[in-house]
Design a protein around this ligand. Structure first.
Ligand code: SF4
Length: 172
């Protein structure tokens, strides 16, 4: 089991409303990304949106639950997204390979940056107001989401030892 440097000012379990709010925020973010890429089609199929959704399900929903969350301090606990609980329902503690999980975390920036690029391509191919609106909402929502994530990382028990912390090193 990993020995974490534990931040005393962090939360052992996040409150339900925090978990709910952050999940809604994340699902809206992904949903806008899905919609914005919808017109990048192959025949009748919105392939970009389908690949995006499948990637999130397989990599974030399964692989990262195993390789990151099963080895995390929050395994079995309500982390800010509830993923510690989810991982405990899916995998045994330390079922994953932490080094591989760290490499797999490249998925997060990919998931964040591919939709706006794809939406820009979609707009060049054919301008649609709905795609432009999705792009603007996606970018604004992404900034709000990053602000929320920083707040979550600032209250995280492992903020000083997690490579993905958005809170920086300064104590709150
Ligand atoms: S520091 Fe941030 S990214 Fe790392 S486990 Fe905590 S909440 Fe998650």
């Amino acid at each position: 089991m990993v020995q974490w440097e534990v931040y005393d000012g962090g939360l052992d379990e996040f409150p339900w409303w925090w978990v709910a709010l952050e999940n809604v925020q994340l699902l809206v973010y992904w949903g806008v990304g899905f919609l914005g890429m919808y017109w990048l089609k192959a025949g009748a199929w919105p392939v970009a949106s389908i690949v995006y959704a499948a990637f999130i399900v397989v990599v974030v929903g399964i692989a990262l639950k195993k390789h990151n969350c099963s080895t995390c301090y929050y395994y079995g606990r309500w982390c800010h997204l509830g993923w510690g609980k989810l991982a405990a329902m899916m995998f045994a503690r330390d079922a994953g390979n932490r080094d591989f999980g760290a490499k797999l975390s490249i998925a997060y920036p990919l998931i964040a940056f591919i939709p706006p690029l794809a939406m820009a391509v979609s707009l060049v191919i054919e301008f649609r107001t709905v795609v432009l609106v999705c792009l603007v909402v996606y970018l604004a929502w992404g900034m709000a989401q990053f602000a929320m994530r920083k707040r979550s990382c600032a209250r995280c028990r492992i903020r000083y030892s997690c490579g993905g912390s958005a809170a920086g090193k300064a104590a709150e």
